[in-house]
Design a protein around this ligand. Structure first.
Ligand SMILES: N[C@@H](CC(=O)c1ccccc1NC=O)C(=O)O
Length: 296
């Protein structure tokens, strides 16, 4: 059989074929251009990342119990990384600090197009996150795109706990406690994060103990004083703020991250995309990003 078709028919057919093989022309919810833009953003993994470091006095807790804040965040396009680290007695403080640094570096290397890495830690996790303020990233080969720190009910000077039962599995010497106390190394912080305006939000719960209040206040403190002569976040030039959250204890302060009307909404001004996520109260699918020690 011989089939005769004209040039105009060919172009109509190829035009139709073109359309058939252009999936963006068939999208329903968004226009072609917007769909492609959205898709390329997802493809380039240009998300903000919230890296969460759990608490538990460096001797209990795990990543598996610590993904409770994931849903409201992922619903807002924030990728959440829940860090696992070797708690005592397996891990030492020095190792835990190094593991959190390497986890942060892993996120930067794996997702170089990220729209910022926000380090958030609770209690002992806030201590580990705060140690990242002091990290010399040059030895890791990359400076993470750190855009914010959210330090919740943390401890920044470990010396007072050396003589408490908390130290039993940690075996910290006074020297080790000092070495791992961000409070005592602010003046020596080698490199600030890439963004010099990287905000640091220090938060403590109203019903946290007076010692926890003191630790947060002194780490943040606006001016050095004769009463407290050490360097602080503020005196070292960090863009820091301090909040005492009303009517929450050491545990509620972090549990509330799961809730739509989270008390952290009251924090003003909030420098993190976290706030938008928590404000929205929309819970998306649970999709944590997990990686293990062996993968970095
Ligand atoms: N043994 C402590 C528990 C504790 O400090 C804690 C428990 C869960 C998550 C964080 C904690 N504290 C600091 O990391 C207590 O009885 O309060």
């Amino acid at each position: 059989m011989i089939l005769l078709i004209s040039a105009s028919q060919v172009s109509r057919i190829t035009g139709e074929l073109e359309k058939q093989y252009t999936p963006s022309k068939w999208t329903v919810r968004l226009g072609a251009e917007e769909t492609l833009k959205t898709f390329s953003q997802i493809g380039s993994q240009a998300w903000p990342f919230l890296v969460f470091v759990h608490g538990g006095y460096w001797q209990y807790g795990s990543k598996d119990e610590s993904a409770f804040m994931v849903n409201p965040l992922t619903a807002q396009g924030v990728a959440v990384v829940v860090v696992a680290y070797d708690i005592a007695p397996k891990g030492t403080l020095d190792q835990m600090v190094d593991q959190v640094a390497r986890s942060t570096v892993f996120v930067q290397k794996r997702y170089p197009c990220n729209e910022g890495i926000y380090l958030c830690g609770h209690s002992a996790g806030a201590h580990l996150a705060a140690m990242m303020l002091l990290t010399n990233w040059t030895k890791h080969g990359v400076t993470p795109n750190l855009r914010g720190f959210l330090l919740i009910s943390g401890i920044y000077d470990l010396e007072p706990i050396v003589s408490t039962s908390v130290n039993a599995p940690l075996h910290m010497t006074l020297e080790g406690a000092r070495r791992n106390s961000p409070q005592w190394h602010l003046e020596a912080a080698p490199v600030k994060p890439a963004d010099p305006a990287c905000p640091v939000l220090v938060i403590v719960g109203q019903h946290d103990s007076p010692e926890f209040h003191r630790q947060s206040r002194e780490f943040y403190q606006r001016h050095a004083s004769s009463h407290f002569p050490a360097q602080t976040l503020c005196t070292r030039g960090w863009k820091a703020s301090f909040e005492e959250l009303h009517d929450v204890d050491h545990f509620e302060i972090i549990w509330n991250l799961t809730q739509e009307d989270d008390v952290l909404n009251q924090v003003e001004p909030w420098p993190f995309p976290l706030v938008a996520a928590i404000h929205s109260g929309q819970h998306g699918p649970f999709s944590p990003i997990e990686f293990e020690e062996g993968s970095f």
